[in-house]
Design a protein around this ligand. Structure first.
Ligand code: NAD
Length: 695
């Protein structure tokens, strides 16, 4: 054979290799070279990344017919996509699965193909560049040898969809590498990058792209050894040792999420504990367990969340045309917004009358880069793009100015009066206000049509959602641009209309205020928090109020109050007193909780008993506010509301979002319950008329 067959320089290696002339059979192309090696390329049509579907497995089965008839000297599999090996299963497939028995049958057929491939008597090699996730990783594991191209990564993200591997990953990975490490990868959904993958024994070699062909040929010639099982592995063959390890794994899983809400990790531990080391038994158990999980409620809701996220991402498509951003205000939010934008490749200037705030913002930016695992060079480049600019010299060149000054309409108006005349007339101005009316703020502007809200959530680096808040005069092109900007910096835009609290804070405020009312009535704060944590919230409302800042909560509550057509909880004097005393929550070290090292200090709760009533008092008003926002066209539809609440507040993802939860619990039941609560606790629980249209 002549020339490099696998050179892969940003274009499909198929164009360069012997498979160039090969006929495509579904997602596969195959060609034999003069040495009798079969090169098999995975190239799913019409998509940038390969996903593993029934079609891929059926195609592989057909390839096996030809391979078995005339056994090649070896088989080399790799992806023809420049971006990577495979992004995992085609998740849209999961949406239609509702019968566990049908799923088990389908999986069994898939397993038969993988087993048949694994049983080939010629050497098989998988070359992985970029990510090999889920089903893609499982195909690699069915090969005798895995060669990683520098930059390759391997992982099983199934757990994020309420699943575990279902195409042989559970037994092939625990077989191939240290079983504890294998289980940890599957239980956490984390990815092993090249070096870690080599150290774990997932990859048998790491090579640069230009050495890939030689490495593949060496592997076929038997010159690439595989690491043998280690000591731990031999120990894990004993069921007593597995049981001990399984207990620890269950305890760790319990710390993350309870079994009732997220059953997949427990199912995986169960199947490994019972059958570890017995491939056949583990395979059968994997099929049965996956079929049960994928048709179960948690996984169905998490798959739904995946598609809600895709829909929000799509809303942030297009080109933003924003190269330079000027951020006004380098406090908690402005500093982080500036750092995040610089990290995502934007040029950023940052101003604040307080130069200490600028210094803190730059230090915070380094910390964010570190937390995001940026390399030294990436961090340096990000920090180079972020310029403290006390004189506001960057404003004329900015395509977008984000104002993150104090939450005070007069201060904001003064900031705009100073900055708008300096701006390029075609640039966009956005406010990060969390509660002020965008329409009212626009009134002081010369170019109100180029103004909107861009409401980031705290912390910016963790909360994916950004509300793009429009007032009636905002140009459609400005809304599109801001949504595309969110997409460009890896955030999810929710386009909403101006309203007290917009969408998310409108929904969240009654939840936080009801917690304060419950405290006023004498309930233990930890019992209140536990009630919603048991529902599946990542954090209870009391802890959340402390985290957001009691001053901000008060402020949002005050500014919402007058604009709503329903009464809110009366804010007790002691709360205003706490804020006046400086006990504002996490940031001051003391709020409802004492805070040490960024963590709320909790002790044993003094109150016990049923918390269902508490949970309903907290959760149902949040759902009711979402319905109100839909009725008033603040949000587009229920799916947008669900996505926004999950990605801005962490609303129990396994419940599929507040509106989806309402639908599954039953609209009539929720309305009846709200009426009951209204009788018992007051008008604020009165069901919104919009429930009538929710059926
Ligand atoms: P912050 O108090 O931490 O920061 C405000 C910054 O603005 C300070 O550094 C201050 O020096 C600066 N500033 C004061 N006067 C200024 C002026 N005239 N020009 C420019 N800068 C000035 O406040 P924050 O929490 O970062 O909030 C900023 C905005 O973001 C507010 O509108 C707030 O409602 C909104 N927001 C806050 C959060 C949150 O959780 N903190 C979340 C979402 C949105």
């Amino acid at each position: 054979m002549t020339g490099p067959v696998l050179t892969h320089l940003g274009e499909s290696w198929l164009e360069l290799g012997p498979t160039r002339t090969a006929e495509r059979d579904g997602p596969w192309r195959a060609a034999r070279d003069a040495q009798g090696v079969l090169w098999l390329a995975l190239d799913v049509a019409g998509s940038e990344a390969n996903t593993i579907s029934r079609e891929v497995l059926e195609g592989l089965d057909r390839q096996l017919d030809a391979i078995e008839q005339d056994l090649p000297k070896g088989v080399v599999i790799r992806s023809a996509k420049p971006g990577g090996f495979a992004a995992g299963a085609d998740i849209s497939m999961f949406r239609d699965l509702d019968d566990a028995e049908d799923v088990a049958q389908m999986l069994t057929r898939g397993h038969a193909v993988m087993d048949r491939f694994e049983a080939l008597t010629c050497p098989t090699v998988c070359i992985v560049h970029g990510p090999a996730l889920g089903g893609g990783f499982e195909i690699a594991l069915a090969c005798d040898r895995i060669i990683a191209v520098d930059g390759a990564s391997f992982g099983f993200p199934e757990v994020n969809l309420g699943l575990h591997p279902g195409l042989g990953g559970t037994f092939r990975l625990t077989d191939r590498i240290d079983a504890i490490e294998a289980m940890t990868l599957m239980l956490t959904g984390k990815t092993a990058h090249t070096r870690k993958a080599r150290a774990l024994g997932i990859a048998d070699a790491v090579v640069e792209e230009r050495h890939v062909e030689a490495a593949a040929r060496a592997a076929i010639a038997g010159d690439l050894e595989q690491d043998g099982p280690g000591l731990t592995d031999r120990a894990m063959a004993l069921s007593a040792a597995r049981s001990l390890a399984a207990r620890k794994m269950r305890a760790t899983a319990e710390d993350r999420a309870p079994k009732d809400h997220y059953p997949a990790p427990y199912a995986l531990v169960d199947l490994w504990e019972a059958h570890g080391g017995d491939r056949k038994a583990m395979q059968e158990a994997e099929v049965a367990s996956f079929a049960k999980l994928v048709t179960g409620e948690t996984s169905r809701n998490l798959v739904r969340v995946f598609f809600l996220q895709q829909a929000l991402k799509k809303d942030g498509g297009g080109v933003d045309g924003i190269a330079h951003i000027h951020v006004v205000g380098a406090g908690t939010m402005g500093g982080e917004i500036a750092a995040w934008c610089a990290m995502k490749g934007k040029r950023v200037t940052l101003s604040d009358p307080d130069t200490d705030a600028l210094g803190r913002a730059i230090r915070q930016a380094s910390a964010i880069c570190k937390a995001q695992h940026l390399s030294g060079i990436e961090t340096r480049n990000a920090l180079d793009r972020l310029m403290p600019d006390p004189q506001q010299l960057g404003v004329p060149a900015a395509d977008l100015v984000i104002e993150a000054g104090p939450e005070d309409a007069d201060i904001k108006a003064a900031i705009y009066a100073g900055i708008e005349p300096l701006m390029n007339p075609t640039a966009t101005l956005a406010t990060n206000s969390s509660s002020l009316s965008v329409a009212a703020l626009a009134k002081s502007l010369k170019r109100p049509r180029r103004f909107a809200g861009l409401h980031f959530f705290n912390p910016v680096s963790k909360m994916q959602l950004v509300e793009v808040v429009t007032h009636p005069d905002t140009f459609g092109t400005v809304t599109d641009q801001l949504a595309a900007f969110c997409g460009a910096i890896g955030r999810l835009p929710a386009r909403v209309h101006d309203y007290p609290g917009y969408l998310v804070n409108r929904a969240l405020t009654p939840y936080l205020l009801e917690a304060i009312q419950l405290i006023e009535e004498g309930h233990d704060k930890q019992v209140i928090d536990t009630a919603t944590e048991a529902f599946g919230m990542p954090m209870g409302p009391v802890e959340l109020a402390d985290q957001v800042g009691l001053d901000i909560c008060l402020h949002v509550a005050e500014s919402l109050k007058s604009g709503l057509d329903k009464p809110m909880v009366d804010i007790p004097d002691w709360l205003s007193q706490m804020v006046e005393n400086g006990d504002t929550g996490k940031k001051s070290g003391k709020g409802f909780y004492e805070w040490t090292d960024g963590k709320a200090q909790k002790s044993a709760a003094s109150e016990t008993g049923a918390t269902d009533d508490i949970a309903d008092r907290l959760i149902l008003p949040m759902l009711d506010a979402c319905v109100e926002c839909l009725r008033k066209d603040i949000a587009r539809d229920s799916d947008q509301v669900d996505g926004a609440m999950i990605f801005a507040t962490g609303f129990a993802p396994f419940r599929g979002g507040p509106m989806h939860y309402a639908g599954s619990r039953g609209i009539d039941e929720i309305v009846a319950r709200l009426e009951e609560l209204s009788e018992a606790h007051g008008e604020r629980f009165r069901p919104d008329p919009g429930w009538q249209d929710m059926g």
